[in-house]
Design a protein around this ligand. Sequence first.
Ligand code: NAP
Length: 244
Amino acid sequence: MSTRTAVVTGASSGIGEATARELAKQGYHVYVGARRVDRLRELADEIGGTALELDVTSDESVRVFTDAIETANVLVNNAGGAKGLATVAEADLDDWRWMWETNVLGTLRMTKALLPKLIASGDGLIVTITSVAAFHAYDNGSGYTSAKHAQAVLHRTLRGELLGQPVRLTEIAPGAVETEFSLVRFGGDTDRAATVYQGIDPLVAQDIAEIVAFAASRPPHVNLDQIIVKPRDQADPGRFARRA
Ligand code: NAP
């Protein structure tokens, strides 16, 4: 049997990096994509995968990346994130553009480009990492919550559109995971990023990676549609039990 292949976007850190490792452990040849290629190369060397530069906000970059991939069984739409926190009244349009381009249109570009190969594999799987922000609105978060809602609806729409095709669809919606996410959201401010996880036991990237790997390891007739996963210390996006 030929080796099954997986594609993980945003594999240069956090959830994507951990997911690439877990899928490689299951025997997948993993194509890892992101903009920071130095990090990707180290990871690909470690897991015996292939590192390829990828900017999901660029049509051309997605075309070159996906042209280099001959077959695909699994696509993990993971590249994404948040920029800033602001009321709608004070929304920063550039931050919104970044969030929509990366989370929404990035997922659309990657999915469109790889769909024919996923179908041709005879047993395809698309995992999209959305968020609890795809289920709730919260004050100062509309750029991210609206982008995650849109990304999730794109993914959920495919579940119906692909009925009858050999492609499964799994949405994983995490709560707080300690990665570089908050560092990116707050423009590299490490102190501010640390406050997000203060006094709670957040999820770690490995927790999500193991869920992706579990979904991928189910037999072809089993579709895990939606998985919402939060730290025990979190009830909703803004509702935490914090220790002093
Ligand atoms: P992270 O550590 O910041 O990782 C984000 C990844 O996305 C990086 O590898 C980054 O790589 C990549 N990326 C960003 N822009 C990209 C672009 N234009 N093209 C290609 N790759 C790009 O954060 P994370 O927590 O692992 O985030 C992964 C996903 O989980 C995101 O979709 C995020 O919204 C979602 N999520 C996170 C949390 C959380 O609390 N951490 C909760 C719910 C959902 P480069 O910068 O090298 O390109």
